[in-house]
Design a protein around this ligand. Structure first.
Ligand code: PEP
Ligand code: MN
Length: 338
């Protein structure tokens, strides 16, 4: 249930709503907007509580039941677009933010070369996996803490914030101590223990779409990250499993406008994991920007042929630089910039 306060409602009036909710054993989350406060009332029993109990309180403008399963990620809770701050880089504004780097951190040389190349081409955040969620237990699992140290070193050297994946709920604190933003991967979108811990981290979180999950399930998973008052969550569409097998995953381009309509969270697109092949990445990346994405997450490797993970879908530095130029034109045509 969402209680929208009147413009200029007093602190006492907001407190009275909160007290009433607590007396009914409801959870409360406040969205202190610049002109209006919105109070989300959370709990499995909200359906049994008449809206009038809140509608009659002084300072209340309206009370709405949210019929959707997700609440805090919804536009009803926050009608304005949320801006997410990743180490000083704002995601969700006019600027389209490009996050780029290798799938996995493999060595100091590889990461530094990748960081230098993506920075030079205009990317503003560096990516690189230190803990890799691999489909097979026999595949390279990542450099783990050593990889995190290298990411922190690259941040110092190139002045770029870093995003990296956390796989195990127990590693949230460790990864947060090195990263500027945590990534929750597609395979873990519904790992509720991981989401709960990541929600408590000081870091913003990029939540990738589970490749067999609906948009509604995705936004409901985002609510786990948002329950502790965090609003720093970015959604990343990375392709879903369909009957189509000529591509690794089918990028759901329509997810972008659907999310923009139903949620206040920024939306980015990962064309690399959808494409599965470097030659398909540019077209998908450009389509995402044209469709209104707030950013891109692109795999770039200094030498894709030698990559330990996802080499086939990784762009070389020169291909990435060319794509960035093309993206600037598309961004301008939709009133944005890179
Ligand atoms: C990744 O970004 O390296 C990754 C493993 O992505 P996804 O979780 O989307 O498969
Ligand atoms: Mn990858």
């Amino acid at each position: 249930m969402i209680v929208e306060m009147r413009t200029g409602a007093s602190k006492q009036e907001v407190d009275d709503v909160v007290q009433k909710a607590k007396s009914l054993e409801l959870g409360v989350q406040l969205n202190l907007g610049t002109d209006k406060t919105v109070v989300a009332l959370l709990g499995s029993n909200t359906g049994q509580i008449p809206t009038d109990i809140f509608a009659v309180l002084p300072g209340v403008e309206s009370v709405t039941r949210i019929m959707k399963p997700y609440k805090l990620a919804s536009r009803e809770f926050n009608p304005r677009d949320t801006l997410v701050d990743c180490g000083g880089v704002k995601i969700g504004g006019e600027r389209i933010v490009v996050i780029a780097g290798p799938c996995a951190v493999e060595s100091e040389d590889q990461l530094m070369q990748a960081a230098e190349a993506v920075k030079k081409a205009g990317a503003s955040i560096l990516r690189g996996g230190a803990f890799k969620p691999r489909t097979s237990p026999f595949s390279f699992q990542g450099m783990q803490e050593k990889g995190l140290e290298l990411l922190a070193k690259a941040r110092e050297e190139f002045g770029m914030p870093v995003v990296t994946e956390v796989v195990d709920p127990h590693d949230v604190e460790l990864v947060s101590s090195y990263a500027d933003m945590l990534q929750v991967g597609s395979r873990n979108m519904q790992n509720y223990a991981l989401l709960t811990n990541a929600g408590k981290s000081k870091c913003p979180v990029v939540l990738k779409r589970g490749f067999s999950c609906t948009i509604s399930e995705w936004l409901t998973a985002a609510d786990y990250l948002l329950t502790d008052g965090k609003n720093q969550v970015v959604l990343c569409e990375r392709g879903i499993r369909t009957f189509e097998d000529s591509i690794r995953f089918s990028l759901d381009i329509s997810a972008i406008p659907v999310l923009k309509k139903n949620s206040h969270l920024p939306v980015i697109v990962d064309p690399s994991h959808a494409a599965g092949h470097y030659s398909l990445v540019p077209a998908i990346a450009k389509a995402a920007v044209a469709a209104g994405a707030d950013g891109l997450l692109i795999e770039v490797h200094p030498n894709p042929k030698e990559a330990l993970v996802d080499g086939l879908q990784s762009l070389s530095p020169s291909d990435f630089a060319r794509l960035m130029e093309e993206l600037r034109t598309i961004a301008r045509s939709v009133g944005r910039y890179i």
